[in-house]
Structures are given as structure tokens and as C-alpha cells.
Design a protein around this ligand. Structure first.
Ligand SMILES: [Ca+2]
Length: 359
């Protein structure tokens, strides 16, 4: 009898799981998926953000554009192709800029991301290849094809975005919104006392992006240094996520090793994934709004400065510039729970249910 009960319990559990999956899928089929382009320089934290996005059922990822930074442009493009291959989804990858608009390029951040950009895991060479169209041209063309429909998530230097703005005066207006990982408003930078790496890596491109006529959300060090990914979370992801678990665990070993101080405090910072979570669940973040300018020369090069309301004087370089939404604080506990659920690829999320209820 005990055995029969165990089988019954198993069947009941399976049915429950199937029901949850079905409800989740129905919820998503009732909502239009968000058209997304991810501009990235993978990069360990970018790899986390990409795997997260590739599993999220609310996204329709129509392309990935690559940029230099954590790795050089060739390596970053190979890494993007490898992650797409792991996902099993036919998503095109477009190779982007290999150097900044004006400043001299920094060497790739091998120290942080390993020589291959993925923690020296030496991934298999992907079978796929980058598209022949350059990233900036793809951005311009696809934005014309779907005006007002595309969300652009930028996880590296902003060079490709700036090039697209220069190529087409209507490009920014054609994009629905931009969410970028970078900048620092109320806390010190990570490459200088005032500058964050993605902005400092191409400050001229960043200033073009912040002053273009589109809706920009900046998710920078103010929030990404308040949340962590720890080994316990990564071990659970390794055990439960069939598709990406091993990859996520392996690539983060190096990252965990070079931040022993952070690690001893419960994990390492996650930069790029914070921007992705902001896009999915903005309610977890406290925001501040105002125009943002970037310092493009001198000792404060790369600093992001927001003018708050009545600080805008007649001669101010901030006057008349578009409002930027900056994430300045975060609900740490809820964020970390969300991040784990997203990286596990397990559904439904609270936000999915919320969305399905509003339909
Ligand atoms: Ca990045």
C-alpha cells in the first residue's frame, strides 16, 4: 500500500508541475513578448545576463550585437556565439565595434574575466558564425523595420549604439527604450574614483547615448555593488539547470576566485544581470530621474553626472537634455531571489502571474 501511495504522490506532483508549466505558457501566450536586442561584450557577468535572458519567456531576442571590453571584439563575438549555441535558439549575432570612438582602447580585462573572457574555461569553438552585417547597421535597419517596438539592453561600452545614432538621425526615436549597465551616481567608480568601466571605456559614445532623444534607464554601480551571487546559489543552478547550469558554474569559478574579499562576504557583484532584472522587474529598484552628461576629458573622464531638477541653469550642459532614469537603490533580498529564479529558468515568476492577471 505504501508503494501505491508513493506512486500516487509522484503522479500528483507531476500533474501539478505540468499544470504550473501550462499556466505559465498560457500567461505568456496572452502577452506579447518584448522584442529585445542585447549589446554585449561577454564577459562572465554578461554571460550570466545572456543565459538569464535566453531563458526568459517574456523576451523575443531578435539579435545580439557584440562589442569590445571584457574581451576583444573577436573573442567577445565567439563567446556570444557559444552562449547562443548552448541556448539551442537560432539567434543571429552581429559583430560590432572593436575600439572606442575617440579615446584609446584599454586592454581587455583578462585579469577579471580570464584570457578567453569566460574565466579561462576554454569553451568549444561554436559552429555558428557572426552575420555579415556590422552591428551598427543591423541596429539601424531593424529599428526602421520595427519602429517603437525594440528594447535595447546594453551591457558593455556604448560604441555600437553611438555609431547607430550617428548613422541614422531617426535611430534613437525608432527604439522603444534603452536599459544600460553602467555608470555611477552616488558611489565611487570602479576604474577611477568617479568612473565606471563601461562608461569610461568609451565616454564619448556614452555621452551621445545619454543625450539622444530616447528613453534611457541606467543601472550602474549604485545598485550592482549592493547585490551578490554566491556559491550556494551557483551550486543550486549547476544542479538544477540542465542547459546552462554547468556553464554558469564553470565560468564563474574564475570570477569568484579573483574577488576573494567579495566572496567572503557572500558572493561577488553582478553588473550586467542587474540591468536585465531591472527590465523584467523594475519594482525592485528605487529610481532617480534627471538629464545625465558624461565627462569626456580630464581626471574625471567617464564620470556620469545627473542634474537634479532645479540644478539646471541657463548655461548648463544638462539643460534641455532628455530625462534619464537611474536605478539608485535595490531591494537586495528580493533581487537575489529573482536572480536565482531567472538563472534557474524556473516558472512562473511572481511578475508572470501579475501580468497574466492584468490581461
Ligand atoms: Ca559587460
Amino acid at each position: 500500500m505504501g508503494k501505491v501511495h508513493t506512486i500516487q504522490a509522484c503522479v500528483q506532483k507531476m500533474l501539478l508541475v505540468m499544470l504550473v508549466v501550462l499556466v505559465s505558457h498560457q500567461a505568456w501566450s496572452a502577452v506579447e513578448k518584448r522584442k529585445l536586442i542585447i549589446d554585449s561584450d561577454p564577459g562572465i557577468d554578461d554571460a550570466l545576463a545572456l543565459t538569464l535572458a535566453l531563458q526568459y519567456p517574456g523576451f523575443d531576442i531578435i539579435g545580439i550585437t557584440t562589442t569590445f571590453g571584457h574581451a576583444d571584439i573577436e573573442q567577445a563575438s565567439q563567446n556570444a556565439l557559444r552562449i547562443v549555441e548552448l541556448s539551442g535558439q537560432p539567434i543571429p549575432v552581429y559583430k560590432g565595434a572593436g575600439k572606442p570612438l575617440v579615446v584609446v582602447a584599454d586592454a581587455p580585462t583578462d585579469l577579471v574575466h580570464g584570457q578567453d573572457g569566460l574565466g579561462n574555461t576554454h569553451q568549444p569553438i561554436p559552429t555558428g558564425q557572426v552575420e555579415s552585417k556590422p552591428a551598427a547597421q543591423f541596429l539601424v535597419d531593424i529599428a526602421r523595420e520595427f519602429p517603437g517596438e525594440i528594447t535595447l539592453v546594453a551591457l558593455g561600452r556604448l560604441t555600437n549604439l553611438a555609431q547607430a545614432i550617428r548613422q541614422d538621425p531617426n535611430f534613437a526615436k525608432n527604439i522603444q527604450q534603452v536599459v544600460l549597465a553602467g555608470g555611477a551616481l552616488h558611489i565611487p567608480g570602479n576604474v577611477s574614483p568617479v568612473a565606471e568601466a563601461n562608461i569610461a571605456g568609451d565616454p564619448h559614445a556614452a555621452d551621445i547615448v545619454f543625450t539622444a532623444p530616447w528613453q534611457v534607464s541606467m543601472v550602474g554601480l549604485d545598485v550592482s555593488t549592493k547585490v551578490r551571487v554566491g556559491d550556494k546559489m551557483l551550486t543550486r543552478i549547476k544542479a538544477r539547470n540542465q542547459r546552462f547550469g554547468e556553464f554558469v558554474y564553470a565560468t564563474t569559478r574564475y570570477y569568484a576566485g579573483i574577488y576573494p574579499q567579495q566572496q567572503s562576504k557572500g558572493g561577488f557583484y553582478v553588473y550586467a544581470p542587474s540591468a536585465m532584472v531591472y527590465l523584467i522587474e523594475p519594482e525592485l529598484f528605487k529610481i532617480q530621474q534627471g538629464p545625465v552628461r558624461v565627462v569626456t576629458e580630464g581626471i574625471a573622464i567617464g564620470q556620469t553626472i545627473m542634474a537634479a531638477g532645479d540644478n539646471q541653469t541657463v548655461l548648463s550642459p544638462w539643460k534641455g537634455q532628455p530625462m534619464v532614469t537611474a536605478a539608485v537603490d535595490i531591494d537586495k533580498a528580493r533581487f537575489e531571489k529573482y536572480l536565482e529564479t531567472l538563472l534557474l529558468g524556473e516558472w512562473p515568476l511572481v511578475s508572470d502571474l501579475k501580468r497574466s492577471k492584468t490581461k
